[in-house]
Design a protein around this ligand. Structure first.
Ligand SMILES: *[C@@H]1O[C@H](CO)[C@@H](O)[C@H](O)[C@H]1NC(C)=O
Ligand SMILES: *[C@@H]1O[C@H](CO)[C@@H](O)[C@H](O)[C@H]1NC(C)=O
Length: 169
């Protein structure tokens, strides 16, 4: 019992220091919060935590093909209607936005580079968020998180069928 208590206390200490470090890093490189407040130049400390959104981009041609293309070389980004992914922990984004040891059990599917659909391309640059600029009706991107040790619901995972720990044989 004594040993268990010591382990629990140690975990608490480790998670506190990890949280502080992770939060500091979040301010520098993390996912920006969606705030509409202007950056305050007179208060650098405040400005550091303000929103840093990615610029929107425009392509000369963002329209779909006039008819469904019959060969892959004619497929345009706006033609993509459904997105899906298979994979392992890279694709489930296992622990990707964890800010403490407890977050390491979570799958941040909404932030996965290949299938995450969190907010827009200005917030998180993922393949679905780029495709959504061309076709806002794109379906299949993950919109939520899941727990690696529980069943995942399609509501959160979309068509992200990746399973943490899976491999090919
Ligand atoms: C950001 O927040 C504003 C105001 O709450 C909202 O109108 C806007 O749609 C949000 N943008 C995104 C990308 O979620
Ligand atoms: C990522 O983690 C940071 C720090 O805990 C949090 O502020 C932010 O909202 C998280 N982002 C998403 C998209 O969950």
């Amino acid at each position: 019992m004594k040993r268990l208590l010591i382990v629990v206390v140690l975990c608490g200490v480790v998670s506190c220091s990890v949280t502080e470090n992770a939060l500091q890093q979040d301010n520098e490189v993390g996912i920006p919060p969606n705030t509409t407040e202007a950056v305050d130049e007179t208060n650098p400390k405040k400005a550091q935590t303000e929103e840093k959104r990615h610029p929107l981009f425009q392509c000369p041609d963002m329209s779909p093909s006039p008819s469904v293309p019959t060969s892959v070389e004619f497929v345009k980004p706006a033609d993509v209607k459904v997105i899906a992914a298979l994979g392992d922990s890279w694709t489930t984004a296992f622990g990707a936005n964890a800010s403490s040891v407890f977050g390491l059990a979570l799958e941040f599917r909404h932030l996965s580079w290949s299938i995450g659909g969190h907010r827009t391309c200005q917030d998180v640059i993922t393949l679905p968020n780029i495709l959504k600029l061309f076709n806002p009706d794109l379906i299949g991107a993950s919109s939520g998180m899941s727990n690696a040790f529980r069943k995942t619901h399609i509501k959160d995972a979309g068509f992200n069928l990746a399973v943490t720990g899976d491999n090919t044989s």
